[in-house]
Write a protein that binds this ligand. Structure first.
Ligand code: MG
Length: 248
């Protein structure tokens, strides 16, 4: 049986072959889909917020350098998402108290323009979702600041023992798997019947979620990932570009 990972790679290869000839068309199409979308999904780390949540947590727990190196390796990656997450968490072993203290002492920094953009989309009756390979406790905090309902948050769940010690993570969440973001989007389409869904993000896992997303917008406002920049039909470095497009 072909693994989810193999399927994802096939999609990317097909996409890169076609973007060479269709860049202009896909740019216009992507803009049109964005303006007509009934749901817009944002990646969180390095997209909605300026930092990578897991790296911040690692730094806070005193293992920043080791984990940052592992994150870079995982992103370049042949390792499955779940394995990469398991390995990094085994080193961080964050307690409930450490996670709470991280959120209070170093709340995630929102990227410029994201509050206005989410507001504008919601005024237009567009459903806004946060889909993250990061941790629900941190992403929920971000969602509350953006007035996004917590039911529109998809992320991984850390588990703790009664005494607050690290007890692993919920491996059954869709976001715990390679290709998880695409799986969430497919699930949302089935559940709510969305016709046009857009995925916005900085990373390869965001790009891979299209399809099933109808369009992908690459975001390089915090970090530019070359392969994403090359493959995205529409690549932006500021959320103002999206606000401007909605004003047209
Ligand atoms: Mg990201």
């Amino acid at each position: 049986m072909m693994s989810a990972k193999t399927l994802v790679n096939v999609n990317i290869t097909q996409q890169s072959a076609s973007t060479v000839h269709n860049t202009m068309t896909s740019l216009l199409e992507t803009k049109e889909i964005f303006c007509r979308a009934d749901a817009v999904c944002f990646d969180v780390d390095s997209t909605v917020i300026k930092e990578e949540g897991i790296d911040e947590l690692a730094k806070f727990c005193g293992v920043g350098d080791v984990v940052a190196a592992m994150t870079r390796k995982a992103m370049g990656g042949s390792m499955s998402f779940k394995t990469a997450l398991t390995e990094r968490l085994a080193i961080i072993r964050p307690s409930r108290e450490q996670v709470n203290k991280l959120i209070t002492d170093h709340p995630p920094q929102l990227t410029e323009g994201v509050e206005e953009l989410v507001d504008r989309l919601q005024q237009r009756k567009v459903q806004v979702f946060l889909i993250s390979g990061g941790f629900r406790c941190i992403v929920e905090h971000v969602a509350m600041r953006l007035n996004i309902p917590l039911s529109n948050v998809f992320a991984n769940r850390l588990k703790f023992y009664f005494n607050g010690e690290y007890a692993g993570f919920d491996e059954t969440q869709m976001t715990a798997e390679t290709g998880g973001k695409g799986r969430v989007i497919r699930h949302l389409k089935e559940q709510f019947g969305f016709k046009k869904m857009v995925m916005i993000g900085d990373g390869a896992t965001d790009l891979e979620a299209c399809p099933p997303a109808d369009a992908f917008i690459g975001f390089g406002g915090n970090v530019i990932r070359q392969q994403v920049q090359e493959k995205a039909a529409w690549y932006i470095t500021s959320f103002n570009e999206l606000l401007k497009e909605l004003e047209k």
